[in-house]
Design a binder for this molecule. Sequence first.
Ligand SMILES: [Zn+2]
Length: 370
Amino acid sequence: MTDLYLKNGRTVDGAPIELGITGGQITAVGPKLNGLQAAETIDLNGDHYVSAGWIDDHTHCYEKLTLYYDDPDLDGVPTGVTTVIDAGSTGADNIGDFYRITRDKRTNVYAMINVSKTGILAQDELGDMNRIQDDLITQALADYPDFIVGFKVRESHSVVIDNDVLPLIAGKRIQKANGDLPLMVHVGANPPALKDVLDLLEPGDILTHAYNGKPNGIIDQEGNIANFVWAAYNRGVIFDVGHGTDSFNFKTMAIAKYAGLDPFSLSTDIYHTNRENGPVVDMATCIEKMLLLGYTLPEVIPMITSAPARNFRLAQKGSLAVGQDADVTIFQVRQGHKTLTDSNHNDRETDTLVVPTHTIVAGTVYTLEG
Ligand SMILES: [Zn+2]
């Protein structure tokens, strides 16, 4: 007997899809599952999209910080996001506590470990190189192997102060000494120069805040994508949106789209302030911005499902296949009106709204107000 039968859904390509879920896993998938007997059936009437559970690979949800913090259950389940990956809020000193307080959350929570042992206790966590202690990170990886999915280095001036790319060089050393987890680097104001940061990144490393509107960004003086940016992109550095309070610009994103420098992953960089006051709000709002810029649903949904699952080695997540974790997002695209605002206070109007209606985590259904 199947626990849950999702009937009459549509894939983002518009094809019919139905799912059977049992014991927290997907146990049947097909255009039509005729005759499936289930304890509970949800009929989606052919007007709801069904995708793998949305994964937000850049969030800040360690509740005990004072700068960037949130409850993962406000960033996740209520917004259609089944999995949040915290991007370096914690380091070796506090990642164990973060692990413990997130075990009973409804939303799946994973973490990149900040190479600074303090995490983002203050804005300048990498202003003192003594906070990078390789042995403490190796121990944390041994203690929380199923929680830590990567490394985080914030390479902008207010974070590194006078250390330029030295924290990133240390991060690469630590990454290589501890298996093959990805390293995500945040960029912003210089120094360090974006070129010096990108030159250190290898295939599979992740550049977040890639489409910001800052002078130290991907666009050169003539308004084109800089050559060193293409060099990094073409050798396999992963470009991630990481919208954030300060790091998503409509014009930068439009120039990049026109040039073909598309993001691999779409993430919010959400925390309580930019969730409550904007400009981030939630993942659906970020999807609406991408649709407004001309991306299609079949292009955007992989950026929050299969791509982050692959990038962070979440083998049980990111696709709707038999044997995968039963993390599913059900949503509608509706006509409506909304003003969308980027990180530089530019407004654009949309009439296409993305509305999550059900979040399913390990087979448990949460019905949303949408
Ligand atoms: Zn961040």
